[in-house]
Design a protein around this ligand. Structure first.
Ligand code: MN3
Length: 308
């Protein structure tokens, strides 16, 4: 089962302005071939289908725990997409009737790359890529053969790094860039972790080929603070008591990759501190959360008071 915490895994700065096309670029990191839906889907189904779990605890524990982190990555990218698509939170404009609808208040939305992202989803994120192509189960590999699955996961994380670097090169918004910077560091941890798992089983030290692409993370300014705090050496444990066995793979005297700040790999007991989830201000003229929502707000306030 999964626990849920009402925070994001990283603190996202507010977007500079509403920019649906940059949000569409960011969608590649959600529903693209190597996006977070793919990493989540692969590790989640592999962990559900894992054979001989009792005898292979460290490997099962690693895949199962990274699954939980990936669910949080899906959440992080979705928040980033919606924030950039909608612009900074506003205190003022989520009540009332939103003005005269006959004046085409959203005329500019007819010309964005993914008009459906506004017309169907009000600037929210959905599991599609940057061209609005649906993510689907063909992105999931779960063979039941542990070496094949781990090799696939290693490839997936390397592909994801390539993805993130290219998306990073296309966006200028600070919120979109922060999403890329955080996920670049975490994706490298996962590539490294799957490499160590493969090495333990096969003796092949494929971590020596990292990083792929061959650019150190410290060349990306948005990665710097995560490297400084040691995120590249940490696997967080997303459970009160479980998945401790992965310490045999991530730890056990293994060190950070040569191009990164040095230090020993460690499992942190608990999630990262993370950051707040933005309010994502409603737009009554787009009927989110509704046209003239005051009564709904009043009901919610009463219910909230009753819950105290
Ligand atoms: Mn990820």
């Amino acid at each position: 089962m999964f626990l849920r915490i009402d925070r994001l895994q990283a603190e996202l700065p507010p977007p500079r302005r509403k920019d649906p096309n940059q949000a569409a670029a960011l969608q590649e990191l959600l529903g693209g071939k190597y996006g977070e839906m793919s990493t989540l889907g692969n590790y989640m189904f592999q962990s559900f289908n894992f054979r001989s779990k009792a005898k292979l605890r460290p490997f099962y524990s690693l895949v199962a725990n990274i699954t939980a982190e990936e669910l949080g990555h899906v959440e992080l990218v979705c928040n980033g997409v919606a924030m950039v698509a909608n612009g900074p939170d506003s205190e003022a404009d989520d009540s009332g009737d939103g003005g005269d609808l006959s004046q085409a208040p959203f005329a500019d939305m007819a010309n964005i790359r993914s008009a459906a992202s506004f017309l169907s989803h009000a600037g929210g994120a959905v599991p599609v890529d940057s061209n609005s192509m649906s993510w689907n189960k063909d992105m999931v590999t779960t063979t039941g053969n542990i070496v094949t699955d781990l090799l696939h996961n290693f490839h997936l994380e390397v592909g994801a790094r390539l993805h993130k670097l290219r998306v990073y090169e296309t966006v200028t918004d600070p919120c979109a860039r922060e999403v890329c910077g955080y996920l670049l560091v975490r994706g490298q941890v996962h590539a490294h972790a799957y490499a160590l798992a493969i090495k333990n089983i096969t003796g092949v030290a494929i971590e020596n080929m990292l990083p792929v692409p061959n650019i150190p993370a410290d060349r990306i300014p948005e990665c710097q603070k995560y490297l400084n705090e040691g995120s590249h050496r940490r696997l967080y444990r997303f459970s009160p008591d479980d998945y401790t066995e992965m310490k045999g793979i991530w730890g056990n005297g293994e060190m950070a990759l040569p191009g990164d700040p040095p230090g020993e790999l460690e499992v942190v007991d608990g999630p990262p501190e993370g950051g707040k989830i933005h309010d994502l201000t409603g737009m009554p003229s787009a009927f989110t959360p509704d046209y003239a929502p005051e009564e709904m707000y009043e009901v919610a306030t009463k219910l909230w008071k009753a819950s105290r």
